[in-house]
Design a protein around this ligand. Structure first.
Ligand code: SF4
Length: 212
């Protein structure tokens, strides 16, 4: 895994994720990016920023119908407005609206609590833990699944947890490393290991992929 990481890093350079100014903005982005491209999320975030709504208190106060209109560009906007409200409710009920307090929870306990919030699944919960809280949880997405299964390292129907364990069992438990590695995988999946893979120009061509 370190060899793969090294080759990706050398090829693409640092990705500097997550593109956000605050941990709360990371969380909002992690919810809005479900089933849509990041460019659509950026428009929704810019709208929230323009209306000074990127704080837990502001999102708690805004009516869900108005919130839905403001995040329209992100798609599934009614559903996502409810998800944002669900998270905000969770934050206020459990931690008085304070992300700092929330981040004091044990990593796995917090993960379990986040997964109970309606609208937060594995990928979103782990994105919140890794990119907002700087906790070491590897984020798995469709690109990760595609790249590993193309090399026979996982079965195409492997579960989220099996894929996550594959990384976390073979890498140092390091949030910075997980942060960069996931971002590099997304870059590889978007630009090279696409639906039609461009193996000829891939930094990972020629690697012997073995399960360690
Ligand atoms: S583009 Fe080809 S070599 Fe590169 S990760 Fe995808 S399948 Fe592997």
């Amino acid at each position: 895994m370190r060899l793969i990481y090294g080759k990706l890093y050398k090829h693409f350079g640092p990705q500097e994720w997550w593109p956000a100014e605050t941990p709360f903005e990371v969380i909002v982005g992690a919810i809005l990016t479900q089933n849509t491209s990041w460019s659509n999320v950026e428009k929704a975030i810019a709208n929230l920023k323009k209306n000074r709504l990127l704080t837990p208190g502001a999102l708690k106060a805004i009516p869900v119908s108005r919130l839905a209109k403001l995040i329209r560009s992100s798609g599934y906007y009614n559903q996502k407005a409810r998800k944002l409200k669900n998270f905000t409710r969770f934050l206020f009920q459990g931690y008085g609206g304070s992300l700092d307090k929330m981040f004091q929870d044990d990593r796995l306990i917090l993960r379990g609590k986040l997964l109970e919030v309606n609208g937060i699944g594995f990928e979103t919960a782990d994105s919140i833990l890794l990119y907002a809280a700087n906790m070491p949880m590897f984020v798995v997405d469709a690109y990760t699944r595609r790249i590993l299964s193309r090399h026979g390292l996982i079965r195409p129907d492997a579960s989220y947890s099996q894929i996550q364990d594959y990384f976390m069992d073979n890498l140092k438990n390091d949030a910075g490393l997980f942060n960069e590695f996931h971002a590099l995988i997304v870059r590889l999946g978007k630009e090279i290991c696409k639906t039609a893979p461009e193996c000829g120009v891939c930094p990972l061509k020629g690697i012997t992929w073995e399960v360690s």
